[in-house]
Design a protein around this ligand. Structure first.
Ligand code: MG
Length: 370
């Protein structure tokens, strides 16, 4: 089987409500898709995403470079194909658009490979379990406390037992008040994670995190700028709360720097940002070698399947309003239930996009942000 062609598209999906963290205000979710055809008549579908910028450039990069370069390659040889493509494009951008685009191709290749094997993706990859635990996650720094508590009540009604909220308000007392209100709402047994989106210095973070410790945070996520290995190691030595990070790291080598310097407790690779399933699994297995669990960043529909394949899996993230079902991108819904994700049973990754519904969000390169 050989790749015989393909097409890419960018969809700029406008959110019903803006999302806000310590670092971003997000109003658009960009979904970038890659459909690969083979000389045997199969179609594999891959996708990647951004939180609002670069999507049309990624689609153009796929159309002009990655998809033509993939033509003629054998989807079964995913490792060789990934490195052939990465070798061809790496000088354009290490990380960023190159890897985001490559991830869409890599996911489509794995979809083809699993379809050809007649297996659901997670079983082809060597299943470790049949379902993955999920947590309710909110980009919710903008929500007043009553609305924040209402979000947590909705999650609890859906069966979640673990939750994540944003911190990093300008006034530290505001953060503590919000965390205290949430802990009172969910009770002492629920798991509560906090995400600062790279907001603080080490000194800030030590003070801030000590203020949260009475409310038993399960982890603090991205307390410092993402690439600061030494800072995270110094911080980790001064706090009791575990540190999670990795959504803004782009290679196994970058993760290894955090792991070998005792600077992280939970790694959070993003399957889209690291370049797809092929590198994601290497990162998860590398972390397992250090005894560190993986909690994938976003991309619920793939992250859930990947967590079913790795032994040392933590939880996957079900972003409120941010999974493909809630974004109305799918033909058949894929939802967590009672706090768990169960992979689709059909061969391949089983994610079927609703191309007709997506068409209204289609965006082309060269037309600005309209
Ligand atoms: Mg985060």
């Amino acid at each position: 089987m050989k790749v015989s062609g393909g097409e890419a598209a960018c969809y700029r999906i406008r959110l019903r409500e803006p999302w806000q963290s310590a670092n971003h205000t997000i109003t658009v979710f960009e979904l970038i898709t890659a459909r690969l055809r083979t000389d045997t008549g199969q179609e594999g579908v891959g996708w990647t995403f951004t939180v609002g910028t670069g999507g049309t450039a990624i689609a153009a990069f796929l159309t002009d470079d990655l998809l033509p370069l993939a033509s003629g390659l054998d989807p079964a040889l995913v490792e060789r194909t990934w490195h052939t493509l990465y070798g061809a494009v790496r000088d354009a951008a290490p990380g960023g658009i190159a890897l985001l685009g490559l991830s869409a191709v890599d996911v489509a290749l794995w979809d083809l490979k699993a379809q050809a094997a007649g297996e659901p993706l997670y079983r082809l990859l060597g299943a470790s379990r049949d379902r993955a635990e999920a947590y309710g996650s909110g980009i919710n720094l903008n929500l007043p406390i009553p609305d924040l508590l209402a979000q947590f009540r909705r999650w609890r009604a859906r069966g979640f037992r673990a939750f994540k909220m944003k911190v990093g308000s300008d006034d530290p007392r505001t953060d503590v008040e919000r965390v205290r209100a949430v802990r009172e709402e969910i009770g002492p047994d629920a798991i509560l994670m906090l995400d600062a989106n790279q907001k603080w210095t080490v000194a800030d973070a030590v003070r801030r995190i000590r203020g949260f410790e009475p409310y038993d945070p399960y982890w603090i996520e991205e307390p410092l700028p993402a690439e600061d290995v030494a800072g995270h190691a110094r911080l980790r030595a001064q706090i009791r709360c575990p540190i999670a990070l990795g959504e803004n790291l782009f290679s196994a080598a970058a993760f290894n720097e955090f792991l070998r310097h005792d600077a992280v407790d939970v790694v959070q690779p993003d399957v889209a940002r690291v370049g797809g399933i092929t590198p994601f699994l290497k990162i998860a297995h590398l972390a397992e070698g250090y005894g560190i669990p993986t909690a994938p960043h976003l991309v619920l529909e793939l992250s859930g399947q990947l967590c079913c394949t790795i032994r040392l899996a933590s939880m996957i993230e079900d972003l409120d309003g941010g999974n493909l079902t809630e974004l109305e991108a799918l033909e058949e819904p894929i939802r967590t239930a009672d706090g768990y994700f169960t992979p689709p049973a059909r061969p391949g990754h089983g994610v079927r996009f609703n191309w007709d519904a997506l068409a209204r969000w289609r965006a082309e390169a060269g037309h600005g942000r309209g």
